[in-house]
Design a protein around this ligand. Structure first.
Ligand code: ZN
Length: 430
């Protein structure tokens, strides 16, 4: 009967679905199994993973992920940046969808939870809805964003950045790893340069479940962290030029030792936050010394710089201060320095409504959430610029992350996924 109103049966199912949702729970065991399965791809002897963006290990994990999406009848698309989406159609297909996910890629010798928990957490939410045959008003999307980590191809979060329309796709394609391999060619090589344009669609809400990657939740003994937003971040590179020479015959006076100049600069970075106050953190994490030989005075040094604070002005001031400090060291040691700002993102408060929803969902599970800010960048930073966004944090044991020892209890993973489930259901039935 074309045009007939929904049958009584359908209406009662809709009501039942919406009433059942508060008591609905994910399956912790199934979530643990999918996390353990994923930890095999790029597993390291120390119990972590090395699953760099667009590596063979990333490809293998992506292929299994797609199989799992198809296993619960999601409609899978891969876009031009290799972002993977799985869509679960809602009753009203034209309404903006609710989205959640994170990233499958990892740091070199990284952990088994960073990123992948957010992807497997949303998968578990969708598997729970599928198993319980629960329909939602809006469509749901799970997403794996390409190259969140930025350790192989700098900067971080390019997949979500291009999708949100904030980064340029051709520029992202041209980013190369240390071996000179371009992101575009590596996408092609692993078969994940998709045919769908990488372009944002309407999003009603974006949630991201993630490990805290810091010590705060453990310290305050809370299971759920609810960040107000993400700190501002500035990335720069410093290139120091010295003069190579034989170390024996060259007297100490008059040397132009690039590594010694860099060492002084690096200490300036470390000492800066104490000088400036506020909640600034400043780090040099990567260095290349050339020619890196025992008996040659170092000729060229490149090192990275990472500045973060909830206060954008503080980041800006710190950067200006370092530029002037580095010039002084450079002059005194006769080693020219070139400083290149390569990426900057302002601090980003999340949607207060969604943050509140995360807190309510946590309380609904009997857990008082801990208000905080995120000191790490996440795909949620870019999503936050185009859609209402919030994150859910679970504790990192010992506060460790980006290391093989990174760990989160299975119970906390499950609780995080249950908070995500409640938030997704609320937004999806609006
Ligand atoms: Zn992450």
């Amino acid at each position: 009967m074309v045009g007939a109103p929904a049958s009584k049966l359908e209406i009662s199912k809709q009501l039942r679905d919406e009433m059942n949702t508060e008591t609905l729970r994910v399956e912790g065991k199934r979530l643990r199994e999918s996390l353990e399965w994923m930890a095999q791809f790029g597993s390291t002897p120390g119990g972590g993973v090395s699953r760099l963006a667009l590596s063979d290990e990333d490809r293998e994990a992506r292929n299994i992920f797609i199989q799992w999406l198809k296993g619960i009848e999601l409609e899978v698309t891969v876009d031009a940046m290799g972002n993977i989406f799985g869509r679960r159609a809602g009753r009203e297909k034209n309404l903006p969808a609710v989205m959640s996910g994170s990233h499958i890629d990892s740091q070199p010798n990284g952990g088994r939870f960073d990123g992948i928990l957010g992807v497997m957490g949303m998968l578990e939410v969708l598997r729970t809805l599928h198993a319980n045959k629960i329909e939602t008003r809006r469509s749901l999307y799970i997403v794996n964003w390409t190259n969140e980590e930025g350790s192989r191809f700098s900067p971080a979060m390019v997949g979500s950045g291009v999708w949100a329309g904030i980064l340029d796709q051709q520029w992202a394609y041209s980013r190369a790893d240390l071996k000179g391999k371009k992101l575009e060619d590596e996408l092609e090589r692993i078969g994940f340069r998709g045919s769908t344009p990488c372009r944002k669609g309407p999003v009603h809400a974006y949630f991201e479940l993630h490990i805290e990657q810091g010590p705060v939740l453990e310290r305050v003994q809370k299971t759920i962290g609810s960040p107000e937003g993400i700190v501002g971040i500035l990335w720069a590179d410093a290139h120091v030029q010295g003069k190579a020479n034989q170390v024996g015959p060259t007297p100490m006076e008059g040397r132009k030792d690039a590594l010694c100049a860099a060492a002084e600069m690096i200490l300036k970075v470390n000492e800066l936050p104490a000088k400036m106050g506020g909640n600034l953190v400043a780090t040099v994490g990567e260095i290349q010394n050339s020619p890196n030989s025992r008996n040659i005075i170092p000729e060229r040094v490149r090192f990275t710089l990472d500045l973060r604070s909830w206060n954008d002005e503080l980041v800006h001031k710190a950067w200006e201060e370092l530029k002037s400090d580095f010039q002084k060291v450079s002059k005194r040691r006769g080693c020219p320095v070139r400083m290149e700002e390569i990426w900057r993102v302002d601090h980003a408060p999340f949607s207060p409504e969604l943050v509140q929803m995360v807190r309510d969902a946590s309380r609904g599970l009997g857990l008082e959430p801990h208000p905080m800010v995120s000191g790490a960048g996440h795909d949620a930073s870019y999503m936050n610029q185009i859609a209402p966004t919030a994150m859910i944090f679970v504790p990192s044991i010992g506060g460790r992350s980006h290391a093989e020892v990174e760990n989160t209890s299975w119970e906390d993973c499950e609780i995080g996924a249950n908070v995500l489930l409640q938030c997704i259901l609320k937004k999806a039935n609006e």
